[in-house]
Design a protein around this ligand. Sequence first.
Ligand code: FPP
Length: 263
Amino acid sequence: MSREELLAWIPAGHPDETLARQISFDRLPAHIAIIMDGNGRWAAQRHLPRVEGHRAGIDAVRDTVETAARLGIEVLTLYAFSMENWKRPAAEVSTLMMLLKRYLRSELNTLLRNDIRFSVIGRMDDLSRDIQDELHAAIDRTASDSGMLFNIALNYGGRAEIVDAARRAIESGVRPHDLDEQRFADFLYTAGQPDPDLLIRTSGEMRVSNFLLWQIAYAEIYVTETLWPDFRRWHLLEAVQAYQKRERRYGGISPSPAVASAK
Ligand code: FPP
């Protein structure tokens, strides 16, 4: 999409408009990955049960998905449920699954309207049958969309993904000698997708929590104190703007000011 698509969606005079005008549309991150954190703390601050934080987090998901699509982001990946999250109380796990189901049903039209293709990364086969059916329905209905790819990481673990990729590589019969980083990446859940350029984590925690371990090798990390349920368009635009101010070196050296200014 474009600056116009984004601006058309922001009411004139809204503070987000200034931020949207400052974004360089020729230097957008191709892939943004987000660790949505702080739902429990958001609820605790309001003396509410933890699940109310997850419920409020859905509004942040909705806003973020549409903002990313209108910005023209190629891939957005949200970390919704890790393999470790099964350790949470059963009632919290089932609420999270129920919210996911409800989100998929209520937002399918928004995904279609914005040309968003939905996908899941993680060990989907271990999820309950009804959740799998719901996920497959959304994947199938949006399969021909050609805009942003929206991955939800569900029952996801970065190390498990690497193990799964190694198993698939072995099963494919690829010869060890032929296996290099590029070939190996083709066995990951994210095969064919650009690696995240920008990894956002909300609620101030400085951890990567087993998320996209292979893919974030050169990602720029942006941590905000904002708790996930409060995260909105403005916060995503702010993160993209911060990303655009970074200098990416990929292990090389930065050009000296004299060389840089001569270019
Ligand atoms: C972390 O907050 C958040 C999660 C484990 C789940 C995120 C899920 C949602 C926002 C709702 C469903 C998602 C989709 C994509 C429809 P936390 O509970 O660990 O917070 P805390 O660290 O403050 O306790």
